[in-house]
Write a protein that binds this ligand. Structure first.
Ligand SMILES: [Zn+2]
Length: 223
């Protein structure tokens, strides 16, 4: 898939500490080029702000101060929604928490309902989501998704217990119940893994050979 990118964009990253990190990213001829160490999610947040601004809630339209803005996953993370600009919306914290597990369209419908109906609607959506999971489905557009042989990935980080946190535990429990990898792996155009390391770890442990992937065709990691 192609992610939304601004015409010009530059991002520098450096972090001191026991593991020194340094990198940069820039948009060149419509391609987001990444050099060195750049935390992928943070990069996506910055691209999103550059594209969509920080001063207005995407859902209720409220004006926002610079510090009030939060980023919401329009297709929820719990249903596989990736951290990419196409799926991120700057919004107020009230909308972000109230929207919770709704998609953008579902939340718009929810806002029109009275209190009693809102409760019922939330339950209905929860049921729908469970059913989708049972059928091995994600909530985001199917054309974003491909399948890839796990051997074809380029991985430059150590897959170790650093990734065995809350996200990994959630992915594992969903896998045990529904036999679906809750979060697809995200790669650049050549299969370089950018996000989804806990999913990749679990896939290796469970010996899953072909996994769900979102390939970002206009992102390139340069060595
Ligand atoms: Zn709002």
């Amino acid at each position: 898939m192609i992610i939304d990118l601004p015409k010009t964009f530059r991002f520098y990253f450096s972090k001191k500490g026991n593991k020194k990190l340094k990198g940069k990213a820039e948009v060149k001829n419509g391609v987001l080029c990444i050099y060195g160490d750049v935390p992928f999610r943070r990069l996506m947040y910055n691209v999103t702000y550059c594209l969509k601004g920080k001063n207005k809630c995407a859902y209720c339209g409220k004006e926002l101060g610079r510090k009030d803005v939060t980023l919401d996953h329009a297709y929820v993370q719990d249903m596989g929604g990736p951290t990419i600009p196409n799926n991120l919306e700057p919004c107020c914290s009230q909308c972000n928490s109230q929207k919770s597990n709704f998609s953008k369209e579902q939340y718009a419908r929810f806002l029109l309902l009275n209190k009693a109906d809102r409760k019922i609607y939330r339950k209905t959506v929860e049921k729908e989501q469970k059913l989708m999971r049972r059928n091995g489905m994600y909530s985001f557009p199917t054309e974003w998704l491909t399948q890839m042989d796990i051997k074809k990935f380029i991985v430059r980080v150590d897959l170790n217990k650093e990734f065995k946190g809350r996200e990994y535990n959630r992915i594992k429990s969903i896998y045990q119940e529904y036999v679906i990898l809750q979060r697809p792996i995200i790669t650049d155009k050549d299969g370089f893994v950018l996000d989804g390391f806990p999913s990749l770890m679990l896939a290796k442990e469970e010996e899953i050979k072909v996994v769900p992937v979102i390939v970002l065709e206009n992102v390139k990691v340069k060595f």
